[in-house]
Design a binder for this molecule. Structure first.
Ligand code: ADP
Ligand code: MG
Length: 512
């Protein structure tokens, strides 16, 4: 990192140091050591079997698919996948933990090392991972204020988690959020976690400390359970200011676990932090070491998708896209696939990128939909872009066509929806319309074709010049702005159908 960059990251002369622990809930059907289902939102205690309830005499049985998802993460992040890892008991008392211990991995985790890279502006940042280990989730205490009682829901007990731990490599709240977003993108991309932060499927703990540059690491406080990117940034910013204030006032930081309160915007100590020794970790005698054959890793590797970063690099190389576009388009596999189909179908990669990042995303956001629900297929967008490229319609007219395709897609009347894609059929009307024919019929019906008749355009330009003598005079006197006014008038007179480039050319020529 350049010295300038380093200095710009200091807060009141202090360097911020952050390490992340992220709990990603693994997208398995059943729990990590039992057959009970993991689905979210069921009636309390309907998805907890004897193993999850810790009834005497029950034994845990490892869920193979949880291990496979851990292997996928290790492969995605360039980690070492341990041939042998060990489950350990982490002992503590809590009402939602009926066994009195959590099964986790301690000394030998399944995933070791690796890294996550991302861009912050145009600066590439790499955060090293320490490890990712498998563990089970605990249950939940439900506090029913209206009857003044608390209950325990053990549905979540035994849900598989992968805890992903970084080195203390992060240097600002902005880097922290960028790291968390990148990790979130990766785990959802490779299909190991649904990424639903409201439901707690992706929870981050941020370990935060500050120090004078060059000094040894300061004492950290751990902000627990950050489940939104917005709160993550606020919580870290508050915590950093608080720690600096304490130190400046001559107080030492006590290692502690803290919670962020979104209502006050403050972090508050929950308990002093336990050390590993407090948990009396020891290998779980109920579970043999987890042995992963090299051949299994190779098999999983063969089924791995192209990763977002690799794909972004390929989009830059193959389609000549700017880095920014490539990163934006690789937010999800659905968006990336949509782009590639539209770019290849139209032969207009940059235009496809602009339209997807602009018109398509804007409409999806307004309707709170994601790419999987886009009502205009990538083939249809490609057909539309072709009509802009060949001069049939202007970019503005294309937006009107898009409006029609978008709502038509929803009602099914124009068959632009994803459901119609496989065949391009106009379902329900017995007609067969290709994407191109569909686009052309909207252009036709709305009368949006650009005027390509040079004679007609010249006539309009003459009329506009005669009616706007003042602008003409101003332009001739050197006022470039007057030219734009004339272009606007001609576009208006042509009802937006004139080709703007052609209008420019004809006007310049006539103005001399
Ligand atoms: P524990 O298991 O007690 O939580 P770890 O050593 O596993 O402690 O570290 C937990 C996280 O805290 C890791 O992400 C690590 O990078 C981070 N961390 C450790 N020391 C510091 C520090 N001084 N400042 C900020 N983060 C730290
Ligand atoms: Mg830890």
């Amino acid at each position: 990192m350049s010295e300038k960059k380093q200095a710009s990251l200091l807060v009141q002369g202090y360097e911020v140091v952050i390490g992340f622990e992220t709990h990603a809930q693994l997208a398995t059907q059943s729990k990590i050591f039992s057959r009970a289902p993991t689905a979210f939102g069921a009636e309390p205690n309907t998805q907890a079997c004897a193993v999850d309830l810790a009834l005497p005499g029950t034994l845990p049985v490892m869920n193979r698919s949880a291990v496979e998802l851990a292997i996928r993460l290790g492969l995605a992040l360039g980690s070492h996948i341990a041939e042998q890892s060990v489950f350990a008991r982490k002992n503590y008392f809590y009402p939602d933990l009926p066994k009195g211990y959590q099964i986790s991995q301690f000394e030998i985790p399944v995933v070791q090392g690796g890294e996550v890279s991302f861009f912050l502006g145009d600066e590439k940042k790499t955060v090293r991972l320490v490890r990712a280990h498998l563990e089970e989730d605990a249950g939940k205490s439900l506090h029913e204020d209206f009857i003044g009682q608390s209950g325990i829901d053990l549905n979540r007990a035994g849900t598989p988690l992968l805890e992903i731990v970084t080195e203390p490599d992060i240097r600002s709240s902005a880097e922290a959020v960028a790291y968390a977003k990148e990790l979130h993108k990766i785990v959802t991309w490779i299909g190991i976690c649904d990424g639903n932060m409201q439901e707690g499927s992706f929870r981050c703990d941020a370990n935060v400390s500050v120090r004078k540059p060059g000094a040894p690491l300061g004492t950290r406080r751990e902000i627990k359970n950050l489940n939104s990117f917005k709160f993550m940034q606020q919580a870290i910013d508050y915590e950093v200011r608080w720690q600096i204030e304490q130190i400046e006032d001559g107080h030492a930081i006590q290692q502690a676990t803290v919670l962020f309160d979104p209502d006050t915007g403050e972090t508050r100590a929950m308990r002093t932090k336990e050390d590993a020794a407090d948990y009396r970790y020891f290998p779980d005698p109920d579970l043999p070491p987890l042995v992963i054959a090299r051949s299994w890793v190779d098999e999983v590797k063969a089924g791995m998708p192209e990763l977002p970063r690799q794909m972004a690099e390929r989009l830059v190389a193959e389609y000549g896209l700017p880095e920014y576009d490539a990163t934006t388009l690789t937010q999800s596999p659905a968006m990336a696939a949509y782009f590639e189909t539209a770019a290849q179908g139209s032969g207009q990669a940059k235009m496809a990128s602009n339209w997807i990042m602009g018109e398509v995303s804007r409409r999806l956001n307004a309707e709170e939909k994601d790419m999987a629900q886009v009502p205009v297929s990538a083939d249809t967008l490609a057909a539309l872009l072709k009509r802009i490229a060949d001069g049939t319609i202007s970019n503005n007219a294309a937006k009107q066509v898009m409006d029609e395709l978008w709502s038509g897609g929803q009602s099914g009347s124009l068959g632009g929806g994803v459901a119609h894609d496989a065949t391009g059929d106009l379902v329900g009307q017995g007609a067969v319309l290709s994407a191109a024919a569909r686009v052309d019929s909207v252009i036709e019906a709305k009368g949006l074709k650009q005027m390509n008749d040079a004679g007609a355009l010249e006539k309009i330009v003459d009329e506009v010049m005669a009616a706007n003598a003042e602008n003409v005079a101003q332009f001739r006197a050197g006022k470039e702005k007057a030219f734009n006014a004339l272009v606007g008038q001609v576009m208006k007179a042509s009802k937006g159908k004139a080709n703007p480039q052609q209008v420019n050319d004809v006007l310049r020529q006539k103005l001399g």
